[in-house]
Design a protein around this ligand. Structure first.
Ligand SMILES: Nc1ncnc2c1ncn2[C@@H]1O[C@H](COP(=O)(O)OP(=O)(O)OP(=O)(O)O)[C@@H](O)[C@H]1O
Ligand SMILES: O=C(O)c1ccc[n+]([C@@H]2O[C@H](COP(=O)([O-])O)[C@@H](O)[C@H]2O)c1
Length: 191
């Protein structure tokens, strides 16, 4: 299988992630997309987050019934912060029968040089880059193993979802119904 990997904090997962993941899993040569929940992004240290188990539960609710998408908790049992190259290597060792592709927003490419072993990520793994609003595609360096996929996107973020909930504003359709129901019933970001 050729598997796309979408790494994220997913605090919480939203329709933007889901549109992208499902498009990649169904409109490209990928057979599946795995959503890897990162307990601790190296770039979000000190930021308050829902417990990783709860972020994973929300991802599982969101993708229920979609057999091309899967939620992964592999980073829960790895050292923190969660370095993507270490997870890529662990996945490759564990699933040697699969071919892995990293999915990445264009907005993340300039910052990639600050990632652990960025050069090796690009040398050892294919990357499918999708455009993000406000980023000029011509400024993005395209490399041998990097492919731009013109996926339809929704311009929302987890930050926006949390802000809406904090202000008592609706998040209907911005997250799946089951995710909305759980966020509201648990009272997340309300106080
Ligand atoms: N609307 C979106 N469409 C496509 N990709 C997205 C969207 N929002 C986030 N992503 C990408 O999904 C991955 C995981 O995102 P992450 O969990 O950090 O969510 P986020 O919405 O960017 O969170 P936050 O607002 O809390 O920073 C990142 O690579 C991010 O660039
Ligand atoms: O490997 C790294 O050095 C690295 C640096 C920054 C971010 N990442 C990963 O990228 C994903 C999205 O991170 P963020 O900060 O945009 O939520 C998440 O899975 C992080 O672990 C990874």
């Amino acid at each position: 299988m050729k598997v796309g990997l979408l790494f994220g904090s997913f605090n919480p997962i939203h329709t933007g992630h889901l549109i992208l993941a499902n498009f990649m899993a169904t409109h490209t040569d990928l057979d599946a997309v795995w959503l890897v929940v990162s307990p601790q992004s190296p770039f979000k240290i000190g930021q308050e987050m829902l417990p990783e188990e709860e972020r994973l539960a929300l991802v599982q609710l969101a993708i229920r019934g979609n057999n091309r998408l899967e939620a992964l908790d592999i980073e829960f049992r790895m050292p923190k912060p969660s370095y993507t190259i270490d997870t890529l290597d662990a996945l490759r060792r564990r699933y040697s029968e699969h071919q892995f592709v990293l999915l990445m927003g264009e907005d993340n490419l300039p910052g990639l040089t600050r990632w652990k072993e960025a050069e090796r990520i690009l040398a050892d793994y294919a990357v499918y880059v999708y455009p993000r609003p406000g980023v000029d595609i011509t400024t993005v360096e395209t490399r041998a193993n990097t492919w731009v996929v013109d996926a339809p996107l929704l311009d929302i973020s987890a930050t926006f979802i949390r802000e809406c909930v904090q202000k008592g504003k609706s998040i209907r359709y911005l997250v799946p119904d089951a995710v909305e129901a759980r966020i509201l019933s648990q009272g997340y970001w309300r106080t």
